[in-house]
Design a protein around this ligand. Structure first.
Ligand SMILES: O=C(O)CCC(=O)C(=O)O
Length: 262
């Protein structure tokens, strides 16, 4: 894969905005295989948030994570000598899904301190009609740790978690005060494009107001140099690994290093 725009520009945008669009990350072959694998998985009947950690089982998701060039791409964008896998997730927003995925940051839900990156790969054309992701530009650099919260199966806010934890602050109401923030989205992602975004970037996803256009996204979460294991509580328990100790580099055990610079 050659990066469009070039790597220096990509790194600059990522550092400035906390998110960058990468064109043509998937080959046609991986696109076809991942689409099929997503369809097979979603045919099992769960919805939206339920499809997680497929890569822990043999199959297309595991093959993609372990054998494709995605780990190297993450390392390049992050400027890191290595990449490890945290977990993967399908976001299939069906036609007619009115719910907007609430504004949130990802890091508070995972047992990681330090830099992490999601690659959110579009398997369909994605635009504001069928569920474009929205970002608050530069919010990854604010240093704000927003309290995690529970959502319903479609991503709507239900209630806060860790209410007594002084490390977190409640999230401002970005939706009600949109004009106070630099909120943006990419007008069109083509199948095989990816959004690389920081674990602290505030983001949400629009509803899918089409009646026919499924919006399939495949998100993979990665740790890079500087990330450490930080198991916290019930919120992150689903991703714990007792073979790592708090403070260890976030690689090994359940979280294989999938790329290391020579
Ligand atoms: O794809 C979506 O609908 C939401 C994605 C998201 O919030 C995430 O990847 O963290």
């Amino acid at each position: 894969m050659t990066l469009t725009p070039d790597l220096n520009t990509v790194q600059d945008i990522y550092a400035r905005d906390g998110v960058v669009l990468l064109k043509g990350v998937l080959s046609q072959d991986w696109l076809a295989k991942l689409r099929q694998a997503v369809d097979d998985e979603t045919a099992k009947g769960d919805r939206y948030f339920a499809y997680k950690n497929m890569r822990e089982h043999p199959g297309v998701f595991q093959d993609y994570c372990l054998t494709s060039d995605i780990g190297q791409r993450v390392a390049e964008v992050a400027g890191s000598p290595w990449t490890s896998l945290i977990y993967d997730q399908i976001f299939a927003k069906e036609p007619g899904t009115k719910t907007q995925t609430g504004w949130h940051t990802d890091q508070p839900y995972w047992p990681v301190a330090g830099p992490i990156m999601t690659m959110w790969i579009a398997l369909d054309p994605v635009d504001p009609d069928n569920g474009a992701l929205e970002f608050v530009r530069g919010s990854h650099a604010w240093g704000a740790k927003y309290r995690p919260f529970k959502t319903d199966q479609l991503g709507a806010f239900l209630h806060y978690l860790e209410e007594g934890n002084p490390d977190y602050v409640d999230m401002p109401d970005f939706e009600a005060n949109r004009s106070d923030y630099d909120i943006f989205h990419y007008p069109l992602m083509e199948p095989g494009d990816a959004l690389a975004f920081d674990g602290m970037t505030v983001h949400s996803a629009m509803g899918n107001r089409t009646s026919t256009r499924l919006r399939r996204g495949y998100a993979i979460r990665f740790a890079v140099e500087g990330a450490t294991y930080e198991p916290r509580d019930a919120v992150t328990e689903w991703l714990h690994d007792d073979s790592l100790r708090p403070g260890d580099a976030f690689a090994g055990g359940r979280f294989p290093m999938i790329y290391k610079a020579a």
